[in-house]
Design a protein around this ligand. Structure first.
Ligand code: UT7
Length: 348
């Protein structure tokens, strides 16, 4: 038995904000942002769009692909997605910017929108590593119960809602979007020749870095008080250099650990799909491991850092543009708030 990805989808808001647009509002420049991060633009949601709206769109695209209607649009896509949603047993959604604080989960809102009535649903709070944690959780939940066959794993964020637009150290980095994958238990082997699907996952955390990337206010530690004016502490705060150093170490060590556990070398891996936070992080890790930069898929130039959505958006773009071939061995590598890190090794 293998657990394979049978559909991918993404949704990004149409409003594109370039580096130049930001430079017109705050003290930054296209040159600084590109040279320090590789980011050229980000897509930002309008006021009426919440996390579940983007997640719902990405999920419909993934479900339509799972129903062999990857190119369907409009009503045809919605019908295919609604049909396929009935077969989903579990919805796992990684986010730091869900529709509501604490409850209900955004996964439940998506379950309702999709009409995925038999699916259990829950959110995962693992920062930018949310999709990797979600994929492993969903894989385990399918594996443990023979009744469950299919799951939907989503990463979705509206980071623009928690961004301090006067802080040039964070606002230039972040974007909104959602990505989704449908996974299914199949009869393909998961070991030996012809093996398929999600082979192995590493999940890690270092909670001592909890303050390095944090939305400080609104929880039970520093709750909002009635009548209080919302100020900066309700937004994302980041110690950039600390996160950078952690990220380079996490990417390098997770790639090494997955290769070692599986007894494979760099040449066995077709593509690596890193969290799209900063091209320099990927370049630094690639240099340490002597992995050519072309092996990494990078799209932060267009979308910036969409946190838990970045890896599934990347997977969908690669999948739909024919960059993933059946049988390819690929790696996802993530890191983020928590601090968390992890990676999946998948035969496509
Ligand atoms: O999903 C995980 C989330 N986060 C990350 O992965 C981020 C990890 N960290 C990073 O990617 C990098 O640390 C940053 C891109 C955030 C910052 O790059 P850096 O090369 O570490 O810059 P820095 O913070 O050391 O700042 C260098 C200079 C400073 O000016 P001075 O003090 O040298 O005069 C900053 O004030 O660059 C300045 N600066 C900017 N200048 C123009 C910082 N942000 C900007 C900006 N535009 N947007």
């Amino acid at each position: 038995m293998a657990i394979e990805i049978i559909g991918t989808g993404k949704a990004v808001p149409p409003r594109k904000v370039t580096n130049e647009d930001l430079a017109a509002r705050i003290d930054t420049s296209d040159e600084w942002i590109r040279s320090h991060t590789g980011i050229g633009a980000r897509h930002l949601a309008d006021e009426d769009t919440a996390c579940s709206d983007l997640a719902f769109e990405a999920a419909k695209n993934a479900l339509a692909m799972a129903a062999n209607l990857a190119d369907a649009r409009g009503e045809e896509r919605d019908r295919a997605a609604a049909d396929a949603a009935k077969s989903i047993d579990m919805i796992i959604l990684g986010t730091a910017t869900g529709d509501f604080y604490g409850c209900p989960s955004t996964a439940c809102i998506v379950q309702d929108k999709l009409g995925a009535h038999r699916a259990g649903a829950m959110d995962i709070a693992a920062g930018c590593t949310g999709f990797i944690y979600g994929l492993e959780t969903a894989t385990a939940l399918l594996g443990i119960n023979r009744e469950r066959k299919r799951a939907l794993v989503i990463g979705a964020e509206v980071l623009s809602r928690v961004t301090d637009w006067s802080d040039r150290g964070t606002c230039v980095l972040l974007g909104d979007g959602a990505g989704a994958a449908v996974i299914e238990k199949t009869s393909a082997p998961s070991e030996g020749p012809g093996r398929r699907g999600i082979l192995r996952t590493i999940l890690g955390a270092d909670g001592s870095g909890k303050e390095s990337l944090i939305i400080r206010r609104g929880g039970s530690r520093y709750p909002f008080k009635e009548g209080e004016t919302i100020e900066k502490s309700a937004h994302i705060e980041m110690k950039g250099q600390e996160v950078y150093n952690f990220a380079v170490r996490a990417v390098t060590e997770t790639i090494e650990a997955l290769m070692e556990a599986e007894g494979i070398g760099v040449d066995d891996i077709a593509r690596i799909v890193p969290h799209q936070a900063n091209a320099r992080i990927v370049q630094a890790a690639g240099k340490r491991l002597k992995i050519p930069i072309e092996k990494f898929f990078l799209n932060m130039e267009e979308y910036a850092n969409t946190s838990a959505a970045s890896i599934p958006i990347a997977l969908d773009e690669m999948n739909r543009s024919g960059q993933l071939k059946k049988g390819d061995l690929i790696m996802t590598i993530g890191f983020g708030s928590g601090l968390t890190y992890g990676g999946n090794l998948i035969v496509w």
